[in-house]
Design a binder for this molecule. Sequence first.
Ligand code: 6PG
Length: 246
Amino acid sequence: MSRVRGALVEVLSDPTAVGHRAAEVFLHLSQKAVAAHGRLSVALSGGRTPGELYGLLGSEHYREKIGWERIHFFWADERCVPKEDEASNFRLALETFLSHVPVPSGNIHRIRGEEGAEKAASDYEADLRDFFGTSKSPPFDLIILGVGEDGHTASLFPGSKALEEKERPVVPVYKEKPQVDRVTLTLPVLNHAAHILFLVTGDSKTDIVCDILGAGKRDKYPAGLVSPADGSVLWLLDRAAADKLK
Ligand code: 6PG
């Protein structure tokens, strides 16, 4: 484990090892948050990378170890598709673990992407306000993020207006077809979390990981702008993704 510009970076052998380490981190942080204030609020991401973690969370081992009734699930972002769609981040989490563990349905706070970006964003903002008692930078215990090859994270893309958002916790993101519209948490929320966990694997991420963590160009990329003032950031990388880091 090493420290890079305030973030902890851990390099593991392969995506499976990253998944195992992430599951242990999840378990540890859930126990810590429940002991401190009775619950864990976590925002999940979609994409390919968290699949290993999600599969483990749905396994017998973690099903029994984790206090599911104390965990509230939110999403860092969602695509504006029906919840059964292949591209739905909710569907990914539901199929890989949420449907296999005893989490109360009232603890699942999904983004209703099928309502369209504008409405889904304002409904989600209302859900955050109800749960956290504030809609200005709701204080998540944990936000799990990935990084795209262009340096995006959640649905915060390079050059997007959403990156300038200073007030709203959630914004709609409109993409040209064929890419779908999305809804995303904004930087003030990511930067207000107690813990950020980045999961990044594969050689297609080597250059972007090097730019964000190694070469001092982090401000060029949305993922590089995630740096909570009072929170911790842990990057779990596999060897392929970390290949160009010293
Ligand atoms: C999504 C995301 C997104 C993702 C990155 C990395 O829903 O697509 O939340 O930000 O984390 O695109 O995706 P991979 O894990 O597939 O590389």
